[in-house]
Structure formats: structure tokens, C-alpha cells
Design a protein around this ligand. Structure first.
Ligand code: FMN
Length: 193
């Protein structure tokens, strides 16, 4: 049986992003739990703010096409989402918006339809970005992604990681493993069918 491939990224471009740190850790845990993760940094895939006139004139940005290709090569998504004003970041929604557009007769939505996703977040605040996860869950469901019920929101993110980038709190570390394990197991089962 092929090892499930999982695309891992954060909704932040910031160099010192807590969510990138959490996403990198999740990628390592997916690998340890039997999946095949690909970590990408959305800073490497800059795109203009979605504009229908721009799309009409120039089509999809090259980086949207590159991400579509990556998405097609992976069965799962693991997204670490920062929270801005209780919501998903513009970087994340803009990336998803471009990816859902059709291209040369190929539906963008079809790329998401068969995918499963696990959600995690980190924030210096007390709720750990939990409110944004609810919106991200809704957004991904709207475009046909099956979002797994397990999720992790890491509060007080400035104190949550040790020098090696691991989570200090064992319960949080176990929860991250539970999210990653469920994603790997679900994809394994799906491909066994
Ligand atoms: C515009 C803006 C709005 C924010 N709103 C929230 C919020 O609603 N809840 C929260 O926990 N943190 C909020 N923050 C703080 C972010 O959680 C913090 O900047 C975090 O480090 C961003 O994630 P990152 O470290 O992955 O870049 C906000 C930050 C910005 C820039």
C-alpha cells in the first residue's frame, strides 16, 4: 500500500511564525507515524490578492499552478492556521481562493474534493487560535474537503515550544500526534478501499 502523502503548511509568511513551527513539528510527527509529509512555506508561493479582472487578463499566477500540481500529488492536508481577529488569515484564504479557480477546463474544486485535512493552530493568546479553526473548518468543508474532527490549538505559543521545536506540554504533544495519526490512518484506509 502506498504511504499517504500529506501537504503541510501554515497560513503565515512570517519568518518566526509559531504556526510554521507547529507545521514543521507536525510534518516530523507525520513522518514518524507512517505518513509521507511535504512541508511548504507559503512565503515561497506569493500571489496577488485575488482579482477577477487579473484572472481574466493573465489566468492563474504561476505559484497557483505550482500549488495545484502539489495538491494533486497529495491525498491529505495538514494546515496550521494563525488567527487574525477571530478569523483565518488573508494569506490562507487568498491562496485557497486562487486554487479553487478553474484552469484550462480543469476544475480547481475537484482538486480539493477527495482530500482529507487535519487542522492545528498556535497563538500567543489564550485560545490558541481556536476561533479561526472553526472558520477554516467551514471554509474547507464548503469546498469539499473532509476535515477530521481532531484538532489542536496551542495557546500562549511563545512558551509552548522547547529549544528543539517540540511542544513542552505532553497533553498538547499527544493531541498533535492524535491529529497526525488520524490523518495517516484515514488516508491509509481510504486507499485500501
Ligand atoms: C491583524 C491581526 C489580528 C490578530 N487577531 C488575533 C486574534 O483574533 N486571536 C489571537 O489569538 N491572536 C490574534 N493575533 C495575534 C496572532 O495570533 C499572532 O500575531 C501570531 O503570532 C500569528 O501567527 P504566526 O506566529 O504563525 O505568524 C492577531 C494578529 C494580527 C496581525
Amino acid at each position: 500500500m502506498a504511504v499517504p502523502r500529506i501537504l503541510v503548511f501554515a497560513g503565515s509568511a512570517r519568518e518566526a511564525s509559531f504556526n510554521k513551527r507547529l507545521a514543521r513539528l507536525a510534518a516530523a510527527r507525520i513522518e514518524a507515524l507512517g505518513g509521507h509529509p511535504t512541508f511548504i512555506d507559503l512565503r515561497d508561493y506569493p500571489m496577488p490578492l485575488y482579482d477577477g479582472d487579473l484572472e481574466d487578463a493573465q489566468g492563474l499566477p504561476d505559484n497557483a499552478l505550482a500549488l495545484r500540481k502539489l495538491l494533486a500529488e497529495h491525498q491529505g492536508l495538514l494546515i496550521a492556521s494563525p488567527e487574525y481577529n477571530g478569523f483565518v488569515t488573508p494569506l490562507l484564504t487568498n491562496t485557497i481562493d486562487w486554487l479553487t479557480r478553474p484552469h484550462q477546463g480543469e476544475s480547481g474544486l475537484a482538486l480539493f474534493k477527495e482530500r482529507h485535512a487535519g487542522l492545528i493552530s498556535a497563538s500567543p493568546g489564550g485560545l490558541g487560535g481556536l476561533r479561526a479553526l472553526n472558520h477554516l473548518r467551514q471554509l474547507l468543508t464548503n469546498i469539499g474537503v473532509t476535515v477530521l474532527p481532531d484538532q489542536l490549538a496551542v495557546a500562549k505559543a511563545g512558551d509552548a515550544f522547547d529549544a528543539e521545536g517540540n511542544l513542552v506540554d505532553t497533553a498538547q504533544s499527544d493531541m498533535l500526534d492524535a491529529v497526525c495519526q488520524r490523518l495517516v490512518t484515514t488516508l491509509d484506509r481510504q486507499h485500501a478501499d
